[in-house]
Write a protein that binds this ligand. Structure first.
Ligand SMILES: C=C1C[C@]23C[C@@]1(O)CC[C@H]2[C@@]12CCC[C@@](C)(C(=O)O1)[C@H]2[C@@H]3C(=O)O
Ligand code: AKG
Ligand code: FE2
Length: 367
């Protein structure tokens, strides 16, 4: 017995730390509770009751089309001005005519449902490490809130084969193929959208966009795909699927399937539901685009509410810069505005600041 303890300590203290992102990880009780709670509980456990219930339902009175985020045909010749207006007013729009087949979205959702329908113990085999990005568990911002959210997620960067082969030793090929294809398509669309957004700033030539051009392959944007699962909830008005937050990304491409739940905050109107449009991708501006645009584009505050009849699945693709990228407002925009709104920060520094306090990250770099 003594010997095995020494072996365990040696492995944890000496061997494991040398491996990237490896450390001894104990399943924390919250995580166990969280994933075991979803299976048909009749009432909402107290740890999931949010004081400010989202029963303040989104603004539903006589919403005219001006009071909801617009749907933009990104193949439209004037897409750049439509995108600019939406990103300035809302920080979000729904993109259609983006060229990605509905069938790929449906396959991705099917595979995501296959994953989340696995028994809790099996999903825990690929639990995300506390400081990790990939694997199964609570959304990272959970640590910033006293109550648990009625959701679970699975994150990946590129191929998910390491985790998928643990979940399905003999049957993970299709999951991996679909997720890899989905990320390739999303990344291509992100690069198109960056060009549209830069054009909307009147930036069309090379040197204005070098910030987005990686110096080498290892510098390419570290895009991140997160599958989100919001199980049927016994008391949806007192629960919260995903707490109000802004994404840190340049922008996030979100496929929300056919089940509503996503809401965005507009200063004038309050919480507004983003009604699903078949085949559309929600494009929501993140903190990074707000910084780069020198405050022009709004980093949209958003949240997810749950329901008591249908299990909602969404896929969120985060367009992120290289970890060591230096982030600051685009030079041409600063010249136009005569002063920068934010100081330069490395992306790593920004994400670390934000993980400590979600609401103060942008203010911490304000000039
Ligand atoms: C780079 C990042 C953005 C993110 C936090 C993270 O460090 C890695 C996970 C990302 C994610 C995905 C789900 C929602 C989100 C708010 C979260 O909790 O983790 C985002 C974070 C973010 O955009 O700030
Ligand atoms: O599930 C949704 O509709 C939104 C998810 C989200 O905001 C996120 O993953 O950052
Ligand atoms: Fe988000």
């Amino acid at each position: 017995m003594i010997l095995s303890i020494y072996i365990y300590i040696y492995v944890c203290q000496v061997l494991l730390p040398k491996q990237q992102n490896f450390h001894c990880f104990q399943m924390n009780p919250t995580m166990k509770l969280q994933t075991q709670t979803f299976n048909n509980v009749p009432t909402l456990p107290d740890s999931y009751v949010w004081s400010t219930t989202p029963s303040e339902s989104p603004c539903l009175h006589s919403i005219d089309e001006k009071q909801v985020p617009p749907v933009v045909d990104i193949g439209d010749p004037s897409a750049f001005s439509l995108v600019r207006d939406a990103c300035e007013k809302w920080g979000v729009f729904q993109a259609i005519n983006h060229g990605i087949p509905l069938s790929l979205f449906q396959e991705t959702e099917f595979e995501a449902r296959r994953l989340f329908s696995l028994p809790t113990e099996q999903k825990q085999l690929v639990a995300r490490l506390p400081e990790g990005f990939t694997g199964y568990g609570l959304v990272r911002i959970s640590r910033n809130f006293p109550k648990l959210m009625w959701s679970e997620c699975f994150g990946m960067i590129g191929s998910p084969v390491e985790h998928a082969s643990q979940l399905w030793p003999q049957d993970h090929a299709n999951f991996c193929e679909v997720m890899e294809q989905f990320q390739v398509e999303m990344k291509t669309l992100c690069e198109k959208l960056v060009a549209v957004m830069l054009r909307s700033f009147g930036l069309t030539n090379e040197q204005d966009t070098k910030w987005f051009e990686p110096k080498n392959e290892s510098d390419r944007a570290k895009c991140f795909l997160q599958l989100n699962s919001y199980p049927v909830c016994p008391d949806p008005d007192r629960a919260m699927g995903l707490a109000p937050h802004t994404d840190s990304s340049l922008f996030t491409l979100l496929y929300q399937g056919g089940i509503s739940g996503l809401q965005v905050y507009d200063d004038g109107v309050g919480w507004v539901g983003v009604q699903p449009v078949e085949g559309a991708l929600v494009v929501n501006v993140g903190d990074l685009m707000h910084i780069v645009s020198n405050g022009r584009f709004k980093s949209v505050l958003h949240r997810v509410v749950v329901n008591n009849t249908r299990h909602r699945i969404s896929t969120a693709f985060f367009y992120l810069p290289p970890w060591d990228a230096k982030v600051s407002p685009l030079k041409k925009l600063v010249e136009f505005d005569h002063l920068p709104m934010y100081r330069q920060v490395t992306w790593k520094e920004y994400v670390e600041t934000k993980s400590k306090d979600l609401s103060k990250a942008l203010d911490s770099i304000r000039i």
